[in-house]
Ligand binder design. Structure first.
Ligand SMILES: Cc1cc2nc3c(=O)[nH]c(=O)nc-3n(C[C@H](O)[C@H](O)[C@H](O)COP(=O)(O)OP(=O)(O)OC[C@H]3O[C@@H](n4cnc5c(N)ncnc54)[C@H](O)[C@@H]3O)c2cc1C
Length: 508
């Protein structure tokens, strides 16, 4: 499957692996996340000379696989790839990782996992029945077909489980009658699976126009919700960071960590990059720069020579926070509870709990992704000190899984609060509330170069907050850099030969 999908996606410029040419450019890439590494790799294939400067102590950025000491691994950043994210699938195949591809089991894929309701957790197999009554009350006696009400209840359940707090507040209203009036006309009965489950993926695949019925705020949310709960999600056995590690190995130019960029000055023919190296700031003159630093970080740097519209884009792009908390458990105790994978919607502060597949020796224990939150929920946990955050997670999750309190069950804990991270300032760009036109305008402005300063990163893409978007943006930037024609030096003829033009002088 991977190879077939990979074949459909082409590298940014045909005829890659070009020899070093006279037109080769020296490009400094800022940031060694997936966008920076893909760009570096593709630029070299086109014959350009590349160096990568990374501020933190590791490559990969928001792809971050944590390995517990003598134990299992857990993904603190990206953890799954929708199979229709062709760019990501292309690199997985090209980097020789196709053999590591495994199914990723997500929310609502495990009947025995839990779903938090007002009256306590219920097994997911019972969710439709429980939520149906709740949803009917919301509709206040409206006369819809049974399948239509099941459709709405299912969408509400998924939205409640995935949506951030600021989104959930208006969800019930937005999933109300306006949408159901339209859904009722197409009758979702043929998308029923079993007695009371509506297959939302099949419904939206058959009725793509239904996305527009959902209104501006919901339309983009539905896309991400469908991606996150897709039955066609994959993961990489051995860790998602294999993608960035293998990309890093392929880049021939230097990749240097510990190079924090603190300022950028755009000039007509070069770019100055200020780097903080231990206790001093040094300025590097660069021919071309590709900046993949997230805008949430870039906006706090000293920026000079950029246009007003670019500065407005850098300041204006909105990021979601995201926090993950994971436990190294002595054993996969949830298996005795009938849970073989997937995820629970635990509600409360923790929102989602994932049961990753056990890789390797079960004697080394199992990783539990105790909590995955986004938006305000993520900030609440993210602002807590590490130890308090882990204690809060243990206390809350033990109400659903009391086994966690058995002596020695939790061996270790780790977490990552991306909204509070110095190197990302957020988990990803959030465009859920925006209409399609303003999203596209924001993307175009984010990706637009300023003289020899180019931009990439998920924030410059049409698929923000996904690896696929980061790769898309890298490919676009590579095309732009490759095709960039430096303007010839302006020279003036003088009786004794030629000399460079003075500022404002015109060629004779
Ligand atoms: C919790 C979480 C879950 C996610 N889940 C998924 C998922 O399941 N599937 C999926 O496809 N995507 C997922 N994503 C999104 C995906 O991880 C990102 O979209 C993608 O990795 C972003 O890549 P990037 O190169 O644009 O940015 P980054 O990975 O952030 O790279 C930017 C790099 O710049 C560096 N940098 C920052 N500031 C400076 C500075 N001042 N000087 C020098 N270097 C600097 C950073 O350290 C970093 O290495 C998730 C993200 C998070 C946070």
């Amino acid at each position: 499957m991977v190879k077939r999908i990979a074949a459909q996606h082409r590298s940014p410029v045909r005829g890659t692996d070009a020899p070093l040419s006279a037109n080769a450019k020296r490009v400094t890439v800022l940031g060694a996340g997936v966008a920076g590494l893909v760009a570096a790799h593709e630029l070299e294939r086109l014959g350009h000379r590349v160096e990568v400067l990374e501020g933190s102590g590791r490559i990969g950025g928001r792809i971050h696989t944590h390995r517990f000491a003598a134990g299992p691994l857990v993904e603190l950043g990206a953890m799954r790839v929708p199979a229709d994210h062709l760019r990501t699938m292309h690199y997985i195949a090209e980097l020789g990782l196709a053999d590591q591809v495994r199914e990723f089991r997500t929310l609502f894929s495990e009947d025995n996992a839990y779903y938090a309701t007002d009256s306590g957790p219920v097994r997911q197999r019972d969710v439709p029945r429980v939520l149906l009554e709740d949803y009917r009350a919301l509709l206040a006696g409206a006369d819809y077909r049974e399948a239509t009400v099941l459709f709405g209840a299912r969408l509400l359940a998924v939205g409640e489980a995935i949506g951030p707090a600021e989104f959930r507040r208006s969800l019930r209203e937005e999933l109300g009658r306006g949408l159901l009036d339209l859904v009722d006309q197409v009758d979702p009965a043929c998308f029923l699976r079993g007695r009371d489950q509506v297959d939302l993926h099949a419904f939206f695949a058959a009725h793509p126009e239904a996305r527009t019925w959902c209104g501006g705020r919901l339309a983009r949310f539905i896309d991400d919700v469908l991606s996150e709960t897709s039955p066609r999600l994959i993961r990489l056995e051995g860790g998602m960071d294999q993608i960035v590690r293998r990309l890093g190995e392929r880049v021939r130019g230097p990749i240097t960590c510990g190079q924090e960029v603190v300022g950028i000055t755009v000039r007509e023919r070069d770019v100055l990059v200020d780097l903080r190296l231990s206790d001093q700031v040094v300025t590097r003159r660069c021919d071309y720069v590709l900046c993949t630093i997230p805008f949430a970080v870039l906006r706090r740097l000293r920026l000079h020579g950029l246009s007003e519209s670019k500065m407005a884009a850098i300041r204006g792009v909105r990021y979601w926070s995201g926090t993950k908390i994971a436990f190294h458990c002595r054993e996969a105790f949830w298996e005795q509870d009938g849970i073989t994978g997937g995820a629970s919607f635990t509600g409360g502060q923790l929102r989602q709990t994932y049961y990753p597949a056990v890789e390797g020796d079960p004697a080394e224990g199992a990783a539990l992704l105790a909590s995955y939150t986004i938006g305000e929920d993520a900030d609440v946990l993210g602002r807590m000190p590490f130890a308090a955050r882990h204690v809060a997670a243990l206390r809350e999750l033990s109400m659903t899984h009391p086994e966690l309190l058995r002596p020695g069950m939790v061996v270790d804990a780790v977490s990552s609060a991306w909204g509070q991270s110095w190197w990302s300032g957020g988990a990803g760009v959030a465009r859920w509330g925006q209409d399609a036109l303003s999203c596209e305008q924001e993307r175009i402005e984010a990706a637009r170069p300023e003289n020899r300063l180019f931009f990439a990163g998920e924030h410059c893409s049409s698929t923000a907050a996904w690896i696929n978007g980061a790769i898309e943006s890298a490919e676009e930037a590579v095309r732009r850099i490759h095709r960039y024609q430096p303007r010839p030096h302006r020279i003036a003829v003088c009786p004794t030969g030629v000399r460079p033009l003075n500022p404002g002088e015109v060629r004779l």
